[in-house]
Design a protein around this ligand. Structure first.
Ligand SMILES: Nc1nc2c(ncn2[C@@H]2O[C@H](COP(=O)(O)OP(=O)(O)OP(=O)(O)O)[C@@H](O)[C@H]2O)c(=O)[nH]1
Ligand SMILES: [Mg+2]
Length: 306
């Protein structure tokens, strides 16, 4: 299990609450004390504020006399609050959708990947291509990053290793045109899944967002997935917020989740977007991708004291 320093902050918070009176003034002090500690562990400020406030409001209404009961109550309230964050978003599963599509004419299922440069889009596209081609699905990848030098060669090599076909129109081509061409190709070939890799950087950020919106408009993909690097902490959260506001997306994938991240990124992104995390990247190899299990993640950031 990955070690997450956020778990130490939550443990300290519960310890503080255990010895508090659950009075207004006690609880306000604890809120103040823990706000910064949460932010330092990659919980976005608004998320930290809101969670602490909800927790203390709840506890202030309770009359819990005994020490052991206090500890248990505080843990259970916090656990319930965190669980709600992950149970609120709509459930979404590429695996289940592909199983359904296998007996219908609705193919191919198309997915566009969005995210800042270097956070792991291309690697993640290849990992998903590998995952589904290994299960017998026909996978096509669209090389819609026509901007960054070397992007197409990187993707060609990865696609080959992943057992997927690549559709490319070369550098400088209109990314939306590449996505559309790849869709037509996939439909003709009876492919099951189309994965569209996009650029993380263009001449300007405005350009990038416009380009992403255009791809989405032209393709109407089933899913738009944000890919963020968990290791960069709050920067990944800020980027998710920007992409969510300016393009919109249906779910996220967090890369480098295997590393010793502090722990607050997954919580923050799901809280802010109300969209689920589908997978996490756990290494650089094609097979290093796992379905995101929020219960397991909650165990990591808030271990049960019992
Ligand atoms: N350890 C680890 N490394 C990863 C993971 N995902 C991606 N990487 C590495 O992160 C680096 C950047 O990944 P890319 O997939 O090229 O990132 P990108 O988002 O496509 O970047 P641009 O094409 O520049 O927009 C590569 O060195 C990957 O091997 C992961 O889950 N774990
Ligand atoms: Mg890339």
């Amino acid at each position: 299990m990955a070690s997450r320093s956020l778990s130490r902050v939550f443990s300290a918070l519960l310890e503080k609450l255990k010895y508090s009176e659950f009075s207004e003034s006690d609880l306000r002090k604890i809120e103040e004390e823990f706000l910064l500690l949460l932010v330092e562990n990659d919980v976005a400020l608004e998320v930290a504020e809101s969670l602490l406030h909800q927790l203390t409001s709840r506890l202030s209404q309770l009359k819990v006399p005994r020490l052991s009961d206090k500890e248990k109550t505080a843990y259970e309230e916090l656990r319930r609050l965190l669980t709600e964050v992950f149970e609120k978003p709509p459930q979404l599963s590429i695996e289940k959708d592909l199983e359904k599509l296998a007996d219908s004419y609705g193919r191919p299922l198309s997915v566009v990947f969005l995210g800042p440069n270097g956070h792991g889009k291309t690697t993640t596209v290849a990992k998903l291509a590998y995952r589904f081609s290994s299960k017998g699905y026909r996978v096509v990848i669209a090389a819609a990053d026509t901007f960054r030098a070397g992007a197409i060669e990187q993707l060609r090599e990865l696609a080959e290793r992943a057992g997927a076909e690549l559709v490319s129109m070369g550098y400088g081509a209109d990314p939306a045109a590449v996505a559309y061409e790849a869709y037509m190709y996939s439909a003709r070939r009876g492919a099951d899944l189309l994965l569209v890799d996009t650029a993380g950087r263009m001449h300007t950020r405005k350009n990038l967002m416009e380009e992403m919106r255009k791809i989405v408009r032209v393709l109407s993909p089933r899913y738009r997935i944000f890919v963020g690097d968990a290791l960069v902490g709050n920067d990944a959260v800020d980027q998710a917020r920007k992409f969510f506001e300016e393009v919109g997306f249906d779910g996220s994938i967090l890369t480098k989740f295997d590393a010793d991240t502090k722990g607050g990124v997954a919580l923050s992104i799901v809280y802010i977007t109300s969209r689920p995390i589908l997978y996490v990247g756990t290494g650089q190899r094609l097979q290093d991708l796992a379905e995101f299990d929020y219960r397991r993640y909650l165990e990591e950031i808030l271990p049960s004291p019992y």
